[in-house]
Design a protein around this ligand. Structure first.
Ligand SMILES: Nc1nc2c(c(=O)[nH]1)N[C@H]1C(S)=C(S)[C@@H](COP(=O)(O)O)O[C@H]1N2
Ligand SMILES: [Mo]
Length: 431
């Protein structure tokens, strides 16, 4: 279980040493948590845990979690959370994702290298090359715009979203829930462009190269170069986008052209793209072999797994978030609350959405919007009635069209901490 920072001043009058001893001492941790949390409910929450008897053994109510405060990059919403500024890695608190489409100022940033300079659109070009292309070809932006224009509503989620919960911890950005966005992306189908250059029958994968620089500033090194299987590339739902939410793409998100691979880890959606290679092998660009893979078979936490025993992550798993209200909301003088949020399921659709206010004992079905297109998130909403004053948590759970649902707590451990699709939870107090 991850290390919890209790807000001591609000909890019990102990020194930090005594607290650490109590939390991490050999035999007493679980007992301590259970007893002290339940015993000090009044003091901390200022209210009763109405479903205290339903709280799973060892579960730590959200009210004990800490926030951090940081500076955000230019143009970004001040409530975004900066995990790293070299390279920029910035996440979005769930309540800021309540919009229909995530606005540019709220969109999370995941950079592996250094931000490139803003490019003059008239000098931008895209090269199509690789062993499995019939004739290498270069397209200007106006050449590209001659292909039919398409728009897709796409959820982009970093495969490492939720990594902070894995134990033993995985190296890398400690994303909580905020490495996800939803935007309308407009551009042309990658398949139209590839057909124009001509694809050999031995093509198995495509890979992208972007204009961002490697952290070492070595011009021959790429910070990341990933891709998708040729079947996905040719499916018509992978696009070369030049607009985001009907505007030119902002520099942080790939100006002027970005690949969009709906349903896949967002790392397959290359930003600042300058070249697409059509490969006769599974693309072996930077972070294809070593990153974005999970064990083929479940492993016990902490196991070292060689990359050959792992598989490349393709469609992302079922997931959901509560975007309204914000965690910590207080209800004064009423016991009903409208809740809403988003759910998505990689290349699948979300079939059902549920919430629980009693730590997962009972689940209430929510109203769920149908999917706009492959890779789009679906809005959900519901109303809940809280039986009395006190502290509650709302847990949200989505189920995909194959009947696969989210786990309540962290799912299968993997060395790099990918694919944590545990239920999102928020704290509510009814006063
Ligand atoms: N060229 C390039 N493309 C990239 C990246 C990058 O570092 N360089 N990061 C990838 C990863 S890991 C993610 S999660 C998404 C993040 O997209 P965003 O920053 O627009 O939210 O971009 C992907 N595309
Ligand atoms: Mo990512």
């Amino acid at each position: 279980m991850k290390k919890i920072h209790l807000k001591l001043s609000q909890l019990i009058q102990k020194t930090p040493q005594e607290r650490d001893q109590a939390l991490w001492g050999e035999n007493s941790r679980r007992d301590f948590l259970k007893k002290s949390i339940l015993a000090s409910l009044g003091a901390v929450a200022g209210a009763n845990y109405v479903f205290a008897n339903k709280i799973p053994e060892g579960y730590i109510p959200l009210i004990f979690e800490e926030n951090n405060e940081t500076k955000v990059p230019l143009g970004k919403h001040k409530e975004l959370v900066v995990l790293n500024d070299k390279p920029w890695n910035v996440e979005t608190p769930p309540h800021l994702l309540d919009q229909d489409f995530t606005s540019a100022d709220r969109m999370f940033i995941r950079n592996n290298g250094l931000l490139p300079e803003v490019m003059d659109e008239s000098s931008w070009s895209l090269k199509i090359s690789g062993e499995s292309v019939i004739s290498e070809k270069t397209f200007s932006l106006s050449d590209l715009k001659k292909f039919p224009e398409v728009s897709l509503n796409v959820t982009l989620e970093c495969a490492g979203n939720g990594r902070h919960e894995f134990n033993p911890p995985a190296k890398g950005n400690q994303w909580t829930t905020g490495a996800v966005s939803f935007a309308k992306w407009t551009g042309v189908r990658l398949s139209d462009v590839l057909k124009d250059a001509g694809i050999k029958s031995n093509a198995v994968y495509i890979g992208y190269y972007g204009r961002d620089k490697h952290l070492s500033k070595n011009r021959d090194k790429h910070s990341i170069s990933r891709g998708v299987p040729i079947s996905k590339a040719m499916s018509g739902n992978v696009i070369l986008a030049y607009k985001m939410n009907d505007e030119p793409i902002p520099i942080f998100h790939g100006q002027p052209v970005r690949l969009i691979s709906p349903g896949y880890p967002a790392s397959a959606s290359g930003k600042w793209v300058k070249e697409i290679v059509v490969r006769n092998i599974v693309h072996d660009g930077t972070k294809m072999l070593t990153g974005y893979r999970v064990p083929k078979e479940p492993v016990s936490p902490g196991t070292k797994v060689p990359y050959e025993e792992m598989k490349i992550i393709e469609s992302m798993p079922i997931k959901s978030i509560i975007t309204y209200p914000k965690t910590g909301a207080m209800l004064k003088g009423r016991t009903t609350l409208s809740l809403r949020g988003k759910s998505w399921a990689g290349e699948q659709k979300v079939k059902e959405m549920y919430i629980s206010i009693d730590f997962g004992s009972t689940w209430k079905k929510c109203e769920l919007e149908s999917s706009k297109n492959i890779g789009a998130w679906q809005n959900w909403k519901t109303k809940v009635n809280f039986p009395s004053k006190g502290y509650y948590e709302v847990w949200a759970k989505a189920i995909d069209e194959n009947g696969i649902g989210q786990t309540m707590l962290v799912p299968g451990w993997n060395p790099k901490g990918y694919l944590n699709n545990a239920c999102h939870r928020i704290a509510i107090k009814v006063l």
